[in-house]
Design a protein around this ligand. Structure first.
Ligand code: NAD
Length: 343
């Protein structure tokens, strides 16, 4: 990566601009990143009449990475199906950048174990990543409705499975657990066969095991610390990543990365635009910081700086500083300043 990376920042709506300002302060401190703001979501509907303006997509395609805060809000809620909607911006940019892999790390922070619905002894030591295929499977297959019968086709090609499997093996630190339903579904049998072959041919040194999705759902809550990378298809990944997210108990903490083959990836918090607290300066910026860390690691090849940001976030929480969503009374600015100081 050149010394100066060029990224596109998408502040979006609600608390989006507030937490994006915090991320910009962090990037200034880290150095080596230039950004340019573009409109996406509700703000783009207001300024351009659609949620994903052509210039936003063109700039994103030409960038090294895209950093998104959040989009949406009651202002753009409408029951008229012809009205533009902020989510169209999200889906459009994911498709436009061919973001076929979604990575969601789940690593509860010891200082926040009490916020989890699970017992501390169960979640202690959990540090996993769900690697979800994002552009294939049943969500994108043909759909039909004839009389009182409906169908959704689930299709996967070998190429689609190979490329997501490679992302999972590259993300592994101790092992990959591939999740499917190979006892019932033909797509799952192709999935398993392909994952096994990619493993043998390219990543034989990474331990690999397989779980049926129903068993995986149980293991995730009974022994989450046993997982490292969970590799799975679109529908199973949608459900398992939300289940895994609940282990941490706090949505204001979770980052995500969506990546493609060679093009730029997009990095964003899992939470939405939190319209209920927008404009008050009290949003938790930590998911945004952890998303910036994912951008450093997966988008800009700066793994050491990513680890610095993650440690700074850990140490601020260890010190007891909390925004309101975590039961404290610190505001966005004081948490931001504390993380910058801890860097
Ligand atoms: P939300 O995640 O915005 O908010 C849920 C609750 O969590 C709210 O009480 C909110 O105040 C709180 N919260 C979320 N992030 C927080 C943070 N960083 N700091 C402190 N508190 C935080 O979900 P929602 O209320 O269902 O959706 C609000 C809007 O966001 C909707 O328009 C929805 O479509 C949109 N949305 C966008 C994305 C995205 O941009 N990726 C994701 C989910 C929802």
């Amino acid at each position: 990566m050149s010394s100066q990376s060029k990224i596109v920042t998408l502040p979006g709506d609600g608390i989006g601009p507030e937490i994006m300002d915090a991320a910009k302060a962090l990037m200034t401190e880290l150095g080596g990143i230039e950004w340019v703001d573009h409109d996406l979501g509700g703000v783009a509907i207001d300024n351009h009449g659609k949620a994903l303006p052509d210039e936003t997509l063109a700039a994103a395609k030409a960038s090294d990475a895209v950093l998104l805060a959040a989009v949406g809000g009651p202002k753009w809620d409408s029951t008229n199906p012809d009205d533009p909607r902020p989510e169209q911006g999200l889906l459009g940019i994911r498709k436009g950048l061919d973001l076929f892999a979604n990575l969601r790390p789940v690593k509860p922070i010891p200082a926040l174990y009490a916020s989890s619905p699970l017992k501390e002894e169960r979640i202690s030591g959990t540090d996993l990543v769900v690697v979800r295929e994002l552009t294939g499977g049943i969500y994108f297959g043909d759909k039909s409705r004839v009389d009182d019968v409906a169908t959704d086709i689930c299709a996967y090609s070998v190429t689609e499975i190979e490329r997501i499997a490679r992302i999972a093996f590259k993300s592994a630190r101790t092992k990959v657990t591939s999740v499917d339903k190979a006892n019932v579904l033909e797509t799952s049998r192709l999935w398993r066969e392909t994952v096994v072959r990619v493993h043998q041919e390219e990543f034989a040194d990474v331990p690999l095991d397989h779980l049926l999705v129903d068993n995986a759902a149980m293991q995730l809550v009974s022994a989450p610390s046993e997982f490292d990378v969970i590799l799975t298809e679109n529908l199973f990944g949608d459900i398992l990543s939300d289940e895994a997210a609940m282990i941490t108990g706090s949505i204001g903490m979770l980052p995500s990365a969506s990546i493609s083959g060679d093009g730029p990836g997009m990095f964003e918090p899992v939470h939405g635009s939190a319209p209920d607290i927008a404009g008050q300066g009290i949003a938790n910026p930590l998911a945004m910081f952890l998303s910036t860390a994912m951008m450093l690691r997966h988008g800009l090849d700066r793994a050491a700086d990513a680890a610095r940001v993650e440690s700074a976030v850990d140490s601020v929480l260890d010190g007891g500083l909390r925004t309101a969503d975590l039961g404290g009374d610190a505001d966005t600015a004081s948490v931001t300043n504390a993380v910058l100081a801890a860097l």
